[in-house]
Design a protein around this ligand. Structure first.
Ligand code: HEC
Ligand code: HEC
Length: 171
């Protein structure tokens, strides 16, 4: 039998380990990248949760970061250095969520096709509950939203949710 050079063996084992690790990460329910700049939490999670960069395509992030003065009716502007750093980071992690393809209207996650499809059980009046107010308020229903966890094990019923919706969500 042909002997394998020990270095080759080590490299092969290492490659196998890395491959296993990355597929385990892809299967994980955690959508926030491990390396998140502190400025993202400080600046972009002040008014809402830190949305996972993978949920929007590059185009959307670029447009949004280019016009932070007019951010959904509010001023979210930052110094040039932070904008540059965050734009790079957002773009490099953009579009990793499997259903993200084209830029959604208004660069909204909540108007992406996959979002609408995943939330078809949520009736229009539910988004308007005082405990929810907006589809963008992910944490009203997803207890793991701050950590980037959106699977159905981490769902809660917002206050005032009717029994019909409760039954639908339990399935
Ligand atoms: C001053 C408050 C404020 C800051 C700071 C802020 N945002 Fe927002 N953001 C808003 C508001 C208000 C909305 C609209 C929410 C709604 O429709 O309910 C919004 C919406 C969004 C949405 C779309 C949500 C949807 O509907 O899918 C994204 C994405 C977003 N912000 C990203 C960011 C990023 C990235 C930063 C940091 C550069 C940031 N925001 C900083 C107030 C802010
Ligand atoms: C009014 C409550 C509510 C709000 C607000 C909400 N969701 Fe959901 N979300 C749900 C329900 C209910 C489901 C369906 C769970 C199921 O059927 O598996 C769901 C499903 C999802 C799924 C699919 C999970 C899976 O395992 O396939 C994702 C991803 C998700 N939501 C992300 C978000 C994000 C991001 C936001 C904020 C921008 C958000 N949701 C806001 C209630 C909500």
């Amino acid at each position: 039998m042909k002997t394998v050079n020990p270095l080759t063996f080590i490299l092969m084992t290492l490659a196998l380990c890395l491959a296993t690790m990355s597929s385990a990460m892809a299967d994980s329910d955690q959508l926030m990248p491990i390396q998140t700049p502190p400025s993202y939490q400080q600046e972009c999670a002040a008014c809402h949760i830190a949305y996972p960069p993978g949920m929007l395509p590059q185009n959307s992030w670029r447009q949004m970061m280019g016009d932070l003065e007019n951010h959904y009716g509010t001023d979210a502007s930052l110094d040039d250095e932070t904008v540059k750093q965050l734009t790079q980071w957002l773009e490099s992690h953009a579009g990793t969520y499997k259903r993200v393809a084209e830029a959604p209207p208004e660069n909204r996650i909540t108007r992406s096709k996959w979002f609408v499809r995943k939330h078809r059980e949520v009736r229009p009046e539910v988004w308007r509950l005082d405990s929810v107010k907006s589809a963008a308020n992910c944490a009203a229903c997803h207890t793991g939203a701050e950590r980037g966890e959106f699977d159905d094990d981490n769902l809660k019923f917002p206050t005032g949710l009717d029994s019909r919706s409760r039954r639908a969500w339990n399935d």
